[in-house]
Write a new protein. Structure first.
Length: 742
């Protein structure tokens, strides 16, 4: 099928948690599809009777419930119920509570039941932590642990968490399964952090860190038990639950891929998902994102799934945590759950409930109001057999009510779904991508917060603004957050969380307006201070100007991350794209969308594009800084067939530290059209401001990127299966973790 790219012909690659969980009817295939049996162990720990109640969670039980439902109703190769074991509290169908003995017993059972060619999926949702290493040789002197239901407190004088599932034991149990010849995919949706979270929303009912807080326990071993953690500098290996060497398969062992929700010293989060849905449920962000991307395209490889997860995090403006993915090349390039060679079409049978035409797919599947669906006589029919077109009128998390389309597409005639009979299938033709920036209002309390809220409401109502804002409550899921707090208050919070004395300026007690990412992280450490505005020395006019400039910059940077797409232009090797790092004139590391390398100031980012197709291709790159600055590369080039482009693009500066991104855009060259140049998207970053100063659509990739600059719409459509009349294109987003060089 020929996918091409227009404003109504752009394949969806990343939207804010795009895609969804397949919970509708699926064709029943044998569970033994392929060379072996698909087996799963799903562990969700919500209750911790041995820990203070504030450490209990709500999301893990929903993680495993949704994951089990998806596995049993997999659209291409569903698991057999007898091969899915669930250990969770209070969940119907769970085999037992998720104690250490139950978990290790279930792992041993898998090792006894699995065989060559089997695929074993392991999922662990709950708390994670660290403890002093059991044996020498750990990079940071610590072991990672998953915390079962019966985990006790590591008190002073102790060197381990009672009844914790230690990384060495997890690896040994997984190796026993792999020794049978089975392939193992392990997902860990838990924290491994020994420090608390600097998050202005810590304790908020909406977003909860899966991180143990025992600050009120008098004899807790405390941070001193975890001294010696390696600093995050370029070249320092990232420690993980299983360790990179675990993924290297001996010839007689099955393969291994491991997905981690965060780095060793980061928290991960659970929150109501899908974001903004009225019937959202508390889930782990990592689990939900994995499910979402697989529901959209269950035929991904593990590497592609990792790339999709990272790009979804970028689209949500989450600069932390950093998910991690491990496996050898063969394993990472294998299809997820072994079904990558099967064609998948996102479609659902029509059903009638209470007289309405509905499908069993909704917002959690990426089906928002305005999504267009082809009416197909049967699930195997080709697009040419489509009977017409309908549209999603309203959507809850798992259900959509259908309505007639507002306009026709090509030769497809508009249909009234009320005239359709059960037996037809609805296949996605165009998905909807939100073109709004969701902004969480500042928390009430500070006198200045009310004035800031009024300014934001005025900006949201301004039809001439080069952005579209949707304002939500302070704790609701959002792309960016604004809050009013003094630097002295931030310093006090950091000191309370073990940072030590934090020096602040003399005016530290004055209220400041802070621009925060979706996780509300804040710091006063050099290079990691979020942009802010002093509300005492800047008058209302300066405040309003700063807000307008800031929203413009953040809107552009965030929307670019949402438009990561790929189509036939890069599939099958027609055009290859490779990003890599050079340090001191020497190539040191390739950059993949499925990994986030640590880079130093003065490192160089190089881009190599090989055009193996029969058409000319335009290439241009952008750099998006932590401060939302957008810097276009000096080199916009048209590659003729057979040509190779290999050039340095950017040198990393030392002005900001943290998560930064490179966007690579490709477009099929159109006759007489100028070379694709994204220079019009360039902008300075959002800077801290102390005293004084104020601060009908065309088609194609160029037009869509122009929409990012001009923001004429709140939503745009992305076709995934229709013939398009404009040039193909692709947009890739790569993340870099810029750290200090010392």
């Amino acid at each position: 099928m020929d996918h091409k790219l227009t404003r109504r012909g752009l394949m969806l690659g990343t939207a804010s948690v795009a895609g969804g969980i397949w919970l509708g009817p699926a064709p029943r295939l044998a569970a033994d599809t392929g060379a072996g049996v698909r087996r799963a162990l799903l562990v969700g720990v919500t209750e911790y009777p041995e820990l203070p109640p504030r450490n209990w969670l709500r999301g893990p039980v929903n993680d495993v419930a949704r994951m089990r439902a998806w596995l049993l109703a997999h659209p291409l190769a569903p698991f057999a119920p007898e091969h899915v074991t669930v250990l969770a509290d209070g969940l119907e169908g769970a085999t037992a509570p998720p104690t250490l003995a139950a978990i290790r017993g279930a792992m041993a059972h898998l090792a006894g039941a699995a065989g060559p060619g089997d695929i074993v999926y392991l999922h662990f949702s709950g708390h994670g932590h660290q403890q002093p290493a059991r044996f020498p040789g750990e990079i940071d002197g610590l072991d990672e642990v998953f915390m079962p239901r019966d985990t006790g407190i590591m008190r002073r004088g102790m060197t381990d968490w009672p009844n914790a599932y230690v990384d060495k034991d997890i690896k040994a149990d997984i190796d026993a399964i792999r020794a049978t010849g089975a392939f193992v995919w392990a997902v860990f949706d838990c924290c491994h952090s020994a420090t608390m979270t600097r998050n202005l929303l810590a304790g908020d009912a909406h977003e909860v860190a899966r991180q143990v807080d025992l600050s009120e326990v008098e004899d807790y071993a405390g941070p001193e038990a975890f001294a010696g953690t390696a600093r995050g500098i370029a070249g320092t290996p990232r420690q993980t639950m299983l360790g990179a060497e675990a993924a290297a398969a001996a010839p007689e062992m099955g393969g291994l891929v491991a997905f981690y929700a965060s780095q060793t010293v980061e928290p991960t989060f659970e929150l109501p998902l899908p974001p903004g849905a009225q019937d959202a449920v508390q889930m782990g962000l990592f689990t939900f994102t994995i499910l979402s991307r697989l529901a959209e395209t269950p035929t991904l490889t593990y590497r592609q799934l990792g790339e999709a997860v990272l790009q979804s995090y970028a689209a949500m403006n989450r600069r932390a945590p950093i998910p991690m993915f491990e496996g050898d090349e063969t394993a990472l390039n294998s299809p997820v759950l072994g079904v990558g060679t099967t064609e998948y079409r996102p479609q659902w049978p029509l059903r009638r409930l209470a007289g309405r035409a509905e499908i069993a797919g909704g917002a959690v599947h990426g089906l928002l109001p305005g999504t267009r669906l082809m009416v197909m006589p049967d699930p195997a029919a080709e697009p040419e057999a489509a009977l017409g077109l309908v549209e999603v009128a309203t959507a809850t998390s798992l259900r959509s009510v259908l309505g007639p389309p507002r306009e026709a597409t090509g030769d497809l005639r508009a249909l009234d779904p009320e005239t359709l009979e059960e037996g037809v299938w609805l296949r996605v033709l165009e998905r909807v991508i939100e073109m709004e920036l969701t902004v969480a209002l500042p928390r009430a309390g500070a006198p200045e917060a009310a004035a800031v809220t009024e300014m934001l409401r005025a900006l949201a109502a301004d039809a001439e603004a080069p952005f579209r804002l949707r304002l939500v409550a302070p704790g609701a899921p959002a792309d960016v957050r604004l809050d009013v707090v003094s630097r002295s208050a931030v310093a006090a919070m950091m000191e309370a969380q073990g940072e030590g004395p934090v020096p602040v300026a003399a005016q530290a007690a004055e209220p400041e307006l802070w621009l925060l990412d979706s996780g509300a992280f804040i710091s006063l450490n050099t290079g990691r201070v979020p942009p802010s505005l002093n509300l005492v020395v800047n008058d209302p006019a300066a405040q309003s100007a700063w807000l307008r400039e800031t929203m413009t910059r953040v809107y552009r940077a965030t929307q670019l991350a949402r438009l990561a797409v790929a189509d036939e232009l890069t599939r099958g090797g027609q055009v290859s794209v490779d990003l890599y790092l050079r340090r001191g004139g020497v190539t040191v590391e390739p950059v993949s969308p499925a990994a986030v390398p640590r880079v130093n100031p003065m490192d160089e980012v190089w881009l190599r594009v090989a055009n193996n197709s029969a058409i000319a291709v335009d290439v241009h790159a952008l750099f998006i800084g932590t401060d939302y600055a957008i810097t276009p590369s000096h080199f916009a080039e048209r590659l003729q067939p057979g040509n190779v482009y290999d050039r340095g693009q950017f040198r990393i500066s030392d002005t900001t530290l943290g998560r930064e991104r490179v966007v690579v855009a490709l477009a099929e060259a159109e006759p007489m059209a100028p070379v694709l140049n994204l220079g019009f998207l360039g902008q300075d970053g959002v800077r801290t401001r102390g005293a004084g100063g104020s601060g009908g659509a065309a088609a194609g990739l160029r037009a869509l990127l122009a929409d990012v600059a001009e923001a004429p719409l709140t939503r745009s459509a992305m076709a995934i299966g229709a013939e398009a009349e404009t040039a193909r294109g692709a947009l890739f987003v790569y993340s870099l973790d810029v750290v200090g060089g010392d």
